[in-house]
Design a protein around this ligand. Structure first.
Ligand code: UT7
Length: 333
């Protein structure tokens, strides 16, 4: 019988530079009031200086996750690195992280599923462990958004949302068959691909980058915020209900809901549709903004630190993002 996979430890890291809404209001027309009302975000973290990539943020998060899992770096036999902001276009950030951890020869796979990237990666780790392919998988979500935002009036709808940060978990064989990953469901629908995307530079264009693209702002992320909001508040509850049903759990017997952190209003609406009280829902968007693939592992790690997440707890996770992609998971700690 295949072994169940479990999350054995979680870690996180955010850069020290705090950027408040008032700081952004000095760069383009916006206000603390507008940002807080529409998104719940009060501040976010940005890298301190040029040259710090997603793999640099992932390194301390990974070490914390390994320490909390009681594992040595040398125990890691595969790395999954979820990011939409890799250090460079190629190779993947997983290769940089493996090198920084001192793990020559260990496979490293980058997962490019944006806000759902962590749950997509968790699903791969779960399958690898259950199939006996690998025993200890490091799953990381890390992003450096601050170098890729347009800090002008044109880009302000997106520029206020995102922050830099990293979260990591160690996935391994469950010590007890009841503990571990219960259900994960993944979805995608390219009908929304252009509702949240970064178009250029792009390999489909000759040349990949032109002055026109820069002038038109196609080198910055673009979003149809209303469409993303509508889809997220429909698909997150749907996938959450599906994984709860797979597991035979109800919102009442859940201990913690760790949703992706795109917008406080989205999470409140999703939690309310599911009937999950505010006290059981993790929010860190006020302090970090949307850190994309990092939001869920960051939420898990801080919840463990704060004593909100402990052995025996039943945890629900759900995410929605660019692609569109969305996913849900239930995990017994
Ligand atoms: O992981 C997925 C990531 N993305 C999301 O989940 C985003 C989901 N969508 C949202 O959270 C919301 O759509 C936003 C918070 C991004 C925007 O809220 P909205 O209520 O949809 O605003 P809007 O785009 O319709 O803009 C309303 C007004 C516009 O001005 P006018 O045309 O009414 O004069 C915008 O130009 O707000 C203006 N606006 C801003 N004002 C101040 C847009 N961005 C800003 C800003 N500061 N940063």
């Amino acid at each position: 019988m295949s072994k169940r996979a479990a999350i054995l430890g979680a870690g996180h890291y955010v850069p020290s530079r705090v950027v408040t809404n008032d700081d952004l209001a000095k760069l383009f027309p916006t206000s603390d009031e507008w940002i807080v009302q529409r998104t719940g975000i009060r501040e976010r973290r940005f890298i301190e200086e040029s040259g710090i990539g997603a793999s640099d943020l992932a390194l301390p998060a990974s070490k914390m996750a390994l320490e909390r899992a009681g594992r040595d770096v040398k125990d890691v036999d595969a790395i999954l690195f979820a990011t939409l902001s890799p250090d460079v276009n190629f190779p993947g950030s997983g290769c940089f992280l493996a090198h920084k951890l001192g793990l020559p020869g260990v496979p490293a796979l980058d997962v490019r599923n944006q806000c759902s990237g962590f749950l997509y990666s968790l699903s791969v780790a779960d399958a690898w462990i259950r199939a006996g392919v690998y025993r200890t998988v490091l799953v990381v979500g890390a992003e450096v958004h601050s170098t890729g935002l347009e800090f002008t009036e044109r880009g302000r709808d997106i520029a206020v949302l995102f922050g830099d940060g990293a979260g990591a978990v160690v996935v391994g064989e469950s010590p007890d068959d009841k503990v571990g990953i219960q259900s994960i469901r993944l979805h995608a629908d390219g009908v929304g691909a252009q509702d949240l995307w970064l178009e250029a530079p792009a390999s489909k264009y000759m040349p990949r980058l032109t002055h026109e693209m820069i002038e038109e702002g196609r080198v910055w992320p673009r979003m149809n915020g209303k469409s993303v909001f509508r889809w997220a508040t429909e698909k997150m509850p749907e996938v959450a209900r599906a994984v709860l049903a797979d597991t035979g759990w109800t919102p009442e017997n859940l201990d913690l809901f760790v949703p992706h952190q795109a917008n406080m209003r989205i999470n409140q609406m999703v939690a309310s549709k599911l009937g999950i009280p505010e006290a059981k829902t993790v929010h860190n968007i006020e302090r970090y903004g949307n850190t994309t693939a990092a939001t869920i592992p960051l939420g898990l790690s801080e919840s463990i630190r704060d004593g909100r997440l402990a052995p025996g707890h039943k945890v629900l996770m759900a995410a929605f993002g660019a692609g569109f992609t969305w996913a849900g998971a239930t995990v017994q700690f």
